[in-house]
Design a protein around this ligand. Structure first.
Ligand code: SAH
Length: 380
């Protein structure tokens, strides 16, 4: 990041004798990557530049995925230096990158004020997926999740959310390189996206732009631990991505222990919101409940039956269950369910007419799998 300087008058500045002093003023700089095209147009207008110049800058950042104003060589010099004085394209640094034996890549990044941010690239035959974080750390205390151990460090800005995706794309495909398989996005990294709702929605809008990354909402899935008011808000969004809700328990008693957020909004409230959300589904669309499989805790046949009954009680029919075998870590007290148990659980759900899928863990050798993002360093 280029340090900006700003001159301020030190009022009654005895020790400076009232002189102007040059100070480092990081906070007033704009992270331009977090501006929508319309916002960039206003910024350009303030700098006396026409609209098409803003479009040019937006495209340079999001479509050509350039990292610095210096590389936007088709901008007038004056405008470029105004931008350099007042704004940053890049505010994240990549501290480490880990590559799994299965091709998954985990990026451990840092904000300019030193907070960890993680993003994961998950290749697959037909389509690649990028998993981004919405917060540094997480305030929710899900008992089986490693990120929870960090607590909340801070919300990420829209620019920091978008920049994670740009950074991953540039690393995988080269700066500005085409994305041969297209890209799916999942908001399933560190943090609770619905506790950073405004920044999230803003970032998604930026990333969907035709002049930029052009990752449309239909390619995006956001996962929530169950922040009920935001589920209602999300359902109302005009261009809404897909939704996943982390459930992991069929009863309040069990869910209170595993996911304390359940004490704030219990299963009755969560399922009522889910039912309302179901009403917003488009033709052929379904939504997902994620269920982390914890050996001997929530993986009995009776749990599967209770889960099916819960869905029946709330008449939820356009749902699928993603079973996620627990990814372990030394700091976590849980073990994963055996593959046979997972299969039985799945079959029990299916026998009750509920679609269930098993999510294969990806990148668990480098702490990149679900629930493992806790800024962990691993040996190369
Ligand atoms: N806070 C949001 C976004 C995180 S998504 C949410 O909870 O939905 C990450 C997913 O991984 C969630 O479904 C979460 O329940 C699951 N998860 C957390 N810890 C895990 C672990 N150790 N193993 C497998 N899945 C885990």
């Amino acid at each position: 990041m280029t340090a900006s300087s700003k001159f301020i008058k030190v009022e009654a500045g005895k020790q400076f004798g009232g002189r102007y002093v040059k100070i480092l003023n990081v906070s007033t700089r704009i992270h331009i990557t977090g501006l929508k095209q319309t916002e960039l147009e206003s910024l350009a207008a303030e700098m006396g530049e026409p609209k098409y110049r803003a479009v040019q800058v937006f495209k340079a950042i999001h479509e050509r995925r350039l990292n610095s104003f210096g590389e936007i060589s088709d901008l007038p010099k004056k405008f470029r230096s105004r931008l350099e004085e007042s704004a940053d394209i890049s505010r994240l640094t990549v501290d480490a990158k880990y590559v799994s034996t299965d091709g998954t890549r985990r990026y451990l990044m840092k904000t300019s004020d030193g907070y960890p941010v993680e993003a994961v690239f998950i290749p697959s035959e037909n389509r690649d997926t990028i998993c981004f974080s919405s917060q540094s750390g997480c305030p929710l205390k899900c008992d089986f999740c490693l990120t929870a151990k960090l607590g909340l460090l801070r919300n990420l800005t829209s620019g920091e959310i978008v920049e994670q995706v740009i950074t991953v794309l540039n690393d995988v495909y080269g700066i500005g390189g085409e994305t041969p398989h297209g890209t799916n996005l999942v908001g399933m990294g560190a943090g609770e996206p619905f506790l950073n709702f405004a920044n999230l929605v803003n970032a998604l809008e930026i990333m969907s732009s035709e002049n930029g990354l052009f990752i449309v909402p239909n390619r995006v899935t956001i996962s929530t631990a169950g922040i009920v008011p935001q589920i209602y808000e999300f359902a109302k969004l005009e261009n809404r991505p897909h939704l996943a809700i982390s459930l992991s328990a069929p009863t309040d008693e069990m869910r209170n222990k595993l996911m304390p957020i359940n004490k704030r909004w219990d299963l009755g409230e969560l399922m009522t919101a889910a039912k309302e959300f179901e009403g917003s589904l488009r033709r052929g669309e379904r939504f997902t409940f994620e269920y982390v499989m914890l050996g001997g805790v929530n993986d009995a046949d009776s749990d599967a039956r209770e889960l099916a009954s819960l869905l029946e009680r709330f008449q939820l029919s356009r749902v699928k269950i993603n079973l996620i075998p627990h990814n372990g870590a030394e700091q976590l007290d849980y073990s994963t369910s055996t593959p046979e148990r997972v299969e039985r659980f799945k079959k029990t759900l299916e026998s009750r007419g509920v679609s269930a899928y098993v999510r294969q863990p990806r990148g668990s050798d480098i702490y990149a799998a679900c629930g493992q993002l806790a800024a962990m360093d691993v040996k190369a």
